[in-house]
Design a protein. Structure first.
Length: 184
């Protein structure tokens, strides 16, 4: 009889061990699934960190380019202010080189008549009209009778072109930076 009692106790212990094993298997399965999800999250985090690192490198490069463009814009504004004062004086300006060359030149060329400008409709049209009038005045200053002034005129035209291209580059850099920041 003792053998049967021991067999019964052994069976109960085996059933309990089997139940505990099933429960442990379920926990291990959940742990493996969690581990796979964690590995996936770490991979995604690593990819996001790489994108952020690339965005920071791009931001640093854009910052350096922005500083360069800012310096160019400041210089272009100074040239623009000088040009506006020259335009306001309306042809009274004679560069020092032209004054030195004046005794050698026969007679100064007459100033060209500015073309009539139609009344602009919008701010963009007004700006375009002013730029056209400015270009015509500058071209008039670049007459062959005053070769020394043409160097100055070409420098001013170059500065205006550089200012416009600098603005466009800066705007493009800002747009790409915004796209990069919002993409990450």
């Amino acid at each position: 009889m003792t053998g049967m009692i021991l067999d019964g106790i052994l069976m109960l212990l085996l059933v309990a061990a089997l139940g505990y094993g099933v429960r442990l298997e379920r926990k291990l399965t959940a742990l493996r699934a969690g581990q796979l999800a964690f590995a996936s999250a770490v991979t995604d985090l690593n990819a996001a960190a790489g994108r952020a690192e690339n965005a920071l490198a791009s931001l640093r490069a854009s910052g350096q380019e922005t500083d360069l463009l800012h310096d160019r814009i400041i210089k272009a504004r100074e040239v623009k202010a000088q040009l506006e004062t020259l335009i306001a004086r309306g042809g009274e300006y004679v560069p020092a080189r032209a004054v030195e060359a004046a005794p050698r030149a026969a007679a100064p060329a007459p100033a060209p008549k500015p073309a009539p400008v139609a009344a602009p409709v919008s701010e963009d049209d007004a700006r375009a009209a002013r730029m056209q009038a400015l270009a015509e005045r500058i071209q008039g200053m670049a007459a062959p009778a005053r070769p020394a002034a043409s160097n100055n005129v070409h420098a001013i035209l170059g500065a205006l072109t550089a200012n416009q291209s600098a603005k466009q580059s800066l705007n493009q850099a800002r747009r790409s930076l915004d796209d990069d920041l919002f993409a990450a």
